[in-house]
Design a protein around this ligand. Structure first.
Ligand code: NAG
Length: 241
């Protein structure tokens, strides 16, 4: 009897957990994802079509937050080999952006961060030189050496809105709240001109060839929601396309 009860309990719990996970493939043009709760339950997982096998990378996204104390990590890419294989971080306290590649880390000073406004961020890294560069709201950083000069390999777990500390674990100190939009991952280092097109949201900016917001297989977990950008913020030039 006790066994039956625990069996039913497990079924119920799994059912509940399962019903909270929604996986879909959609075009998210002009959509944002709203992260409204300070809990590790809410996140978005992005699914790529293929395992990673590339030596250059560019990640672009826009985020909007009013977090002025806690470190935020809008994007994290985990592999079994490297816990923080590619992670984008901003610390309001030190006013620095951080980029992590293959567990190596570099800090970038003096790049813009605006509370309650869209911040457009692109980060590039090339395994042949080991050099990274960040671009925020059209300000390019200097280049910095990060991590071992190795290609990205294997099955990634790409998460928006949480900091991954293990295969299925998130650190409650780094929960993102706000909006995230226009996430693209490229298997190359985009030129500054292409990055400028993305930042200015030019009609024909280049879409990600590894992860594309315009054709995105993704899983929504917890209280995160997809909303129309013009339902959450005023019209900006980023809404044109
Ligand atoms: C992934 O595959 C789908 C379906 O074949 C395709 O439409 C989409 O463009 C692919 N995504 C990327 C980023 O190449």
């Amino acid at each position: 009897m006790k066994n039956l009860a625990s069996y039913i309990l497990v079924l119920l719990c799994c059912g509940l957990a399962w019903s909270q996970l929604k996986t879909a493939r959609r075009c998210l043009r002009e959509k944002v994802i709203t992260f409204s709760k300070q809990t590790t339950e809410g996140y978005v997982q992005l699914h790529a079509n293929e395992t990673m096998d590339f030596s250059k990378i560019t990640v672009c996204l826009r985020f909007y937050t009013d977090e002025n104390l806690k470190t935020i990590i809008p994007f994290s890419l985990f592999t079994p080999t490297y816990l923080t294989d590619f992670t984008l971080t901003y610390s309001p306290l030190t006013k620095q952006y951080y980029l992590t590649v293959h567990n190596g880390k570099a800090a970038f000073n003096g790049l813009p961060f605006n509370l309650n406004q869209w911040n457009s961020v692109c980060a590039t890294w090339d395994a042949s030189s080991g050099l990274a560069q960040m671009f925020v709201n059209e300000v390019p950083s200097v280049k910095k050496a990060i991590g071992p000069k190795e290609a990205f390999k294997g099955e990634p777990k790409i998460i928006l809105g949480q900091y991954q500390t293990g295969p299925s674990a998130f650190n409650p100190d780094y929960v993102f709240t706000g909006f995230i939009s226009d996430v693209h991952v490229y298997k190359e280092v985009l030129t500054p001109l292409l990055i400028k097109n993305y930042m200015e949201a030019k009609i024909k900016f280049k879409l990600g060839d590894y992860i594309s917001w315009r054709n995105l297989k993704h899983t929504l977990a917890g209280s995160v929601q997809v909303e129309e950008r013009h339902h959450v913020t005023f019209y900006t030039k980023q809404d044109v396309n």
